[in-house]
Each structure stands twice: as C-alpha cells, then as structure tokens.
Design a protein. Structure first.
Lengths: 113, 114
C-alpha cells in the first residue's frame, strides 16, 4: 500500500463549480497534512495545511481532515480556469526528531471556461 | 530576498556521464531536502541534509547517487554514470529548522539523459 494515495484524474469541472480532491494516507501517526499546487513545469507551491480534524477554510479553498478514516480532502469553490493544475497531497511522516513530507502522485484538475 | 535557487534549470547528459545539481537554500536555512519527480508522478523523497550531515537518505538509490551540504556553499546532488531512467525533475527544498511546515521549494532542475 502506498503511503499517500490520490486519484490521478484528470478531474474536469466547469468554471464556477466546486472541485473536490481526495487523498488517503497509511501512517496513523501522521499529524500534519498539506496541499500543494503545481503548474506544469513549475515547482510545487503550498496552498493549505491542516493539523486538526474538521474543516479549515482559506478564501476559496477548504481543507478537510478525518484522522479516523485517514482521509484528507481539498475543496475549491468557484473554480477558475487558472486553478487548472496538479494538486499534490503531502503528509508529514516523522516526529520531532526529523520529519519529511511524503507526496501522493497528484490529481490533475482541469477547469473549463 | 532570494528563495531557493537551483541550477542549472536544464541539464542534458549522455549515458555514463556525471550530473551535478546545485541547490542554494534560502538565506539562513540550514535544512535541505531533495525530491525527484518522474513524468506524470508525484514527488519522491530522496535525501534530507543539515549542514555537513546527512540525516535521512532512505529515498536515495544506494549506487551512483550522493548528496552533500557543506558548511560553505550550496547543497550538491551528484549522479554518476547517468542512465536514461535518471531523467526527471529534481527539486530542492529548504527550511530554517526541522519543521516541514516551513518548507520552500526551488524551481527544480530538469535532467535529460540522452
């Protein structure tokens, strides 16, 4: 079983719709979770982090975490064509000794005008 | 206030040559991570270094690959005797401490092996 799993997509949504991206992880001890956006040929950029069960909202983005189900999701409201990118879920594997981010393979999102 | 600087942006090597990828972290950052991204795949952790020390190299192939982060100068990822399967984007990220929440990524080096 992969440590972090995502559906590779592409996920196609019309402009203005809600895009829902999902991620599951295997390490029950993980405490912090991240969503990165990566445009083609560019470096990943952090868009959301979440540490506690429940929802965390930042503008059009909402991250959801359910540690019991080992599930993280990202909702993008009012999707725009500029949101078209690959979204990478990352999980912090480690403790206070040293940490590293383990990434999923990413979900490609296409927002059509 | 420069971010993480990686060079070269693009590197072309023939099979059997050596590739040297450089990463200058954000000023004041002493923790560096290297990741590899194959086409249509996510980022794969390779190695985590602090100044002059390798902390975790569990993701780095045992042969042909090495990394260093000297007291002075950039971090170097070195690939000896490159093969076509080494073609990938290599990303470096830095942080000021052990907290990955503060990770900043560089623009990456695209390695192409002919």
């Amino acid at each position: 079983q992969k440590e972090v799993e995502q559906n590779s997509g592409p996920l196609s949504v019309p402009e203005g719709a809600i895009a829902s991206l999902n991620c599951t992880y295997s390490d029950r001890g993980s405490q912090s979770f991240f969503w990165y956006r990566q445009y083609s040929g560019k470096s990943p950029e952090l868009i959301m982090s979440i540490y506690s069960n429940g929802d965390k909202e930042d503008g059009r983005f909402t991250a959801q975490l359910n540690k019991a189900s080992q599930y993280v999701s990202l909702l993008i409201r009012d999707s725009q064509p500029s949101d078209s990118a690959t979204y990478l879920c990352a999980v912090n594997i480690g403790d206070t000794g040293f940490q590293k981010l383990v990434f999923g393979t990413g979900t490609r999102l296409l927002v059509s005008p | 206030n420069a971010g993480v600087m990686q060079n070269p942006r693009h590197l072309v090597r023939r099979r059997g040559q050596e590739a040297r990828l450089r990463c200058s972290p954000v000023k004041g950052h002493s923790h560096v991570y290297w990741y590899r991204q194959l086409p249509e795949e996510g980022l794969k952790f390779m190695v985590y270094l602090q100044k002059e020390n390798i902390i975790d190299e569990s993701g780095m192939p045992k042969e042909r690959f090495s990394a260093e982060f000297p007291k002075e100068g950039p971090s170097i990822l070195r690939i000896q005797q490159v093969v076509r399967g080494d073609s990938a984007a290599y990303f470096c990220a830095s942080s000021p401490d052990r907290q990955v929440e503060k990770l900043f990524f560089g623009s990456g080096t695209q390695l192409s092996v002919l």
